[in-house]
Design a protein around this ligand. Structure first.
Ligand SMILES: CC(C)(COP(=O)(O)OP(=O)(O)OC[C@H]1O[C@@H](n2cnc3c(N)ncnc32)[C@H](O)[C@@H]1OP(=O)(O)O)[C@@H](O)C(=O)NCCC(=O)NCCS
Length: 257
């Protein structure tokens, strides 16, 4: 049975994240128009241009809110105005803090699916997060055959029919969160590494073809942030623990406040 975690809380202002912590925030991308407007004011010119490039208004709103909340959360940690933040991107698109904030050890990653976003923050270790909305997938077997490794396909097929969809999305988020933690994204072949997917088995990186030490270097935790949503957070090392937070618009820090 799918049980989501309900202990996501609104924290105090101006947070600190230690290297043993991974803070995971959830936020709804459905926000009142005034909140969308206020968040839009905090985006950079490049981000606003990206928002304008979406054909559908809903996609535009999701991008503005997703990025806007990322800026809000980073501004809590760094105690600066959200519009002051600058980002740089790795060659495969992973965002990092730029400018004077690059020196901070703060690391972050984000993911959005349907109307929910997840954000992960830690210090001094790489982190990746992925979220998927559980939906029916008539072509699930073909997608698994195309993107999952041989071992993952074998494990998936061994499951009773009614467990497969959840196992599929669990596997998907574990794979993507790992590739987002390393920053490689889809430049690394999805078939070249295995993750666990069998219900009841701990979330694990089992084998990475080009990097046999990887399973000892990274650890994975499952996230069930809301009904119908599954996620995974991956961070370097084994010695970290998660705290779950909920973003709320009452905490908004408007541009030039
Ligand atoms: C990064 C990637 C791996 C995930 O993208 P996604 O699942 O579509 O989107 P998510 O919402 O989870 O993540 C998007 C965020 O990841 C971040 N991101 C982009 N490239 C990244 C990278 N290389 N490493 C880490 N984070 C990255 C960005 O901040 C982005 O947020 P933005 O849109 O606000 O800029 C992407 O390369 C991708 O294209 N995925 C396609 C999905 C797929 O085919 N999966 C196969 C099944 S296993």
């Amino acid at each position: 049975m799918f049980c989501w975690e309900s202990d996501w809380r609104l924290p105090a202002h101006n947070l600190l994240v230690a290297s043993k912590d991974v803070h995971v925030w959830r936020a709804s991308l459905k926000q009142p128009s005034m909140t969308v407007h206020n968040l839009a004011q905090t985006l950079s010119k490049t981000e606003s241009a990206k928002a304008d490039s979406f054909y559908f208004k809903a996609d535009q709103r999701r991008f503005i809110v997703g990025r806007g909340i990322l800026r809000q959360l980073l501004s809590f940690y760094l105690d600066i105005e959200p519009q002051q933040l600058m980002f740089r991107y790795s060659s495969n698109g992973k965002p990092y803090l730029d400018g004077e904030f690059d020196a901070s050890k703060l690391r972050f990653n984000l993911s959005h699916s349907n109307e929910l976003a997840l954000y992960a923050f830690t210090a001094g270790r790489e982190v990746g997060v992925d979220l998927e909305y559980l939906r029916s997938l008539p072509d699930m077997e073909n997608i698994a055959a195309r993107f999952f490794s041989e071992r993952e396909n074998t494990d998936l097929r061994a499951l009773p029919e009614h467990d497969r969809l959840l196992a599929f999305f669990t596997c998907w988020t574990r794979k993507e969160a790992f590739l987002k933690a390393t920053g490689e994204g889809l430049s690394y072949p999805l078939k070249h590494f295995d993750v666990s997917l069998t219900p009841g088995e701990p979330p694990k990186l089992l084998h990475v073809k080009e990097d046999p030490q990887a399973p000892a270097r990274w650890s994975l935790r499952d996230l069930k942030p809301a009904p119908q949503y599954v996620g995974t957070v991956v961070a370097e090392g084994k010695d970290w623990h998660i705290t779950r937070f909920q973003w709320h618009r009452s905490r908004i820090r408007a541009a030039n406040s």
